[in-house]
Ligand binder design. Structure first.
Ligand code: 5AD
Ligand code: SF4
Length: 492
């Protein structure tokens, strides 16, 4: 299903010069690209197709909705990686193995490109914010057509037009955002009824293992007016669930990108205020947010969640490690005790909340004792879900220079952690058995066409008997069977 809001593209013959200001410039290029695609499709006698392949986090997923929006608006049909003419990889660079995966995919695409003259390969996302990677691609993958970064997703049409006009590889990676005009981009949502809203970009925390601050830059916050306007626009377009996105949403308010009347009138405006304001938008029934840094999660935020039933009962609260020595080396700025205290506070105020986390194993210098502290946190907190990662050495970050833990030791610890995590998560998820919960239906079950799949407010997945007409609807479901990470239920 295509959801495109900016469908009134200008008539390019009316332009005597290319607009320099945005968003007029991109509207012009989208119109020009549409014409270019039409001509090519006429020439080859078949529709041109696209696929955007997304790696990494929710922010990338959201950027991909914008990329797909531009490609749909300019007349392409969605397809898959194997058959598409225009293939775009939106990359992630948090861990090293993502890089290797991309190079593998590119090798396969080279052969396909030889057979399909219309094929265009584009690379974007966090990996492309690293100059050494871009140099490597320029050198080794000459058949890649366009390369751009996280700050110029909005320029896709312009970059494609440049590629079509002179046939040369186009590489343009901005180091900083030019101006925020997310509200003026088309998008094609994965789900018509839910989407993300970027509230801030970048990260100022410099955890010693993490490459994100190096590739996504310093924190910049969108002004609340823009965010609320975007939520209102989505609500008018049948979106009922939004997820507020940022690397560390709890520090929202740092470094606004534009002047704001709301901030002038209330200089202390912060993330809980924003959350409350987004909840006020008519038509929005659920508001989620991602990600919270434990050091900045305030009492005020917990109160706003408690007092606003629209805020989903789910907090993703990455702990990374349980040992205070390791947390200090990671530059996380909290102790295990601070974290456990925060968890207690959250559970007391929000008894039905589900807590999830990220944990890393094998950070440089991690001893068996340190590791056992991590296992202890998993035991004590009772997470609904834990995303576990093996530490990956990212060059340019301080931890990459420190003495690494041997691979076999890390693997063994990782497996032990996984076992603990699944035992505890299953016990925890089971607590909702036989209760009735509101579920937003997302899809037909991929294993059984007579079943549908949806999510509770606390993000737990539920499968139950139903047909595709329920997609996008909120229904009450009794959770009859607990299956570890999800439930089987019955509509009531
Ligand atoms: N190695 C492994 N995992 C990492 N993460 C971030 N950097 C690294 C790294 N160098 C994990 C963290 C973060 C999640 C998004 O990715 O757990 O919370
Ligand atoms: Fe990386 Fe830490 Fe920033 Fe998260 S808070 S993006 S882990 S530097």
């Amino acid at each position: 299903m295509d959801i495109l809001d900016n469908s009134n593209l200008p008539d390019i013959s009316a332009f005597s010069f290319i607009p320099t200001d945005e968003p007029a410039r991109q509207s012009y290029y989208m119109a020009l690209l549409k014409k270019t695609f039409e001509e090519r499709q006429n020439l080859i006698g078949r529709p041109l197709t696209y696929a955007v392949i997304t790696f990494g986090c929710q922010m990338n997923a959201h950027d991909s909705e914008k990329l797909e929006g531009i490609l749909s608006l300019t007349g392409l049909t969605a397809s898959d990686e194997d058959t598409a003419d225009i293939v775009i990889y939106n990359t992630c660079t948090v861990r090293e193995n993502a890089n290797q995966k991309l190079y593998g995919h590119l090798g396969q695409l080279k052969a396909k490109k030889k057979k399909n003259q219309e094929m265009i390969i584009g690379l974007c996302g966090c990996m492309m914010q690293q100059p050494d990677i871009v140099d490597y691609i320029r050198d080794k993958f000459k058949f890649v057509d366009i390369v751009f970064g996280t700050f110029n997703v909005f320029m896709l049409a312009e970059l494609l037009c440049r590629r079509y006009s002179d046939g040369k590889q186009v590489i343009e990676v901005l180091k900083e955002p030019i101006k925020n005009f997310e509200n003026n981009l088309p998008e094609k949502r994965k789900y018509p009824f839910k989407t993300g809203i970027n509230i801030m970009y970048g990260c100022n925390n410099f955890c010693t293992y993490c490459i994100v601050p190096h590739v996504r830059g310093r924190e910049r916050s969108r002004i609340p007016e823009d965010i609320i306007e975007e939520a209102e626009r989505f609500a008018k377009d049948d979106v009922t669930e939004v997820m507020l996105l940022g690397q560390n949403v709890n520090s929202y308010g740092v470094n606004y990108m534009e002047d704001s009347e709301m901030i002038k009138n209330n200089p202390d405006y912060d993330f809980p205020d924003l959350l409350r304001d987004v909840c006020k938008v008519d038509g929005i029934r659920r508001v989620r947010f991602m990600t919270s840094h434990p050091k900045d999660l305030s009492d005020k935020l917990i109160e706003v969640i408690r007092d606003n039933p629209k805020v989903c009962r789910h907090i993703h609260l990455p702990i990374q490690a349980g040992s205070n020595r390791i947390l200090k080396l990671m530059n996380r700025k909290y102790t295990k005790e601070d974290y456990l205290l925060l968890v207690d506070k959250i559970k007391k105020e929000l008894p039905d909340v589900s807590l999830t986390t990220d944990i890393m194993v094998g950070f440089p210098g991690e001893t068996e004792e340190d590791f056992l502290e991590t296992v202890d946190v998993v035991d004590k907190v009772g997470y609904d879900q834990v995303f576990t990662f093996i530490y990956s050495r990212r060059s340019g970050t301080p931890a990459a220079e420190w003495e690494q833990v041997p691979e076999d030791v890390v693997k063994e610890r990782f497996n032990r952690l996984l076992k603990k995590v699944s035992e505890r998560a299953a016990e925890r998820v089971g607590r909702f058995k036989n209760t009735i919960n509101e579920v937003l239906v997302e899809d037909v079950d991929s294993h059984d066409e007579n079943m549908v799949t949806g999510r509770m407010s606390n993000n737990t997945i539920v499968h139950f008997k139903g047909c595709k007409d329920l997609i996008g609807k909120y229904v009450n479901v009794k959770l009859t069977e607990e299956k570890g990470f999800y439930y089987i239920g019955e509509m009531v």
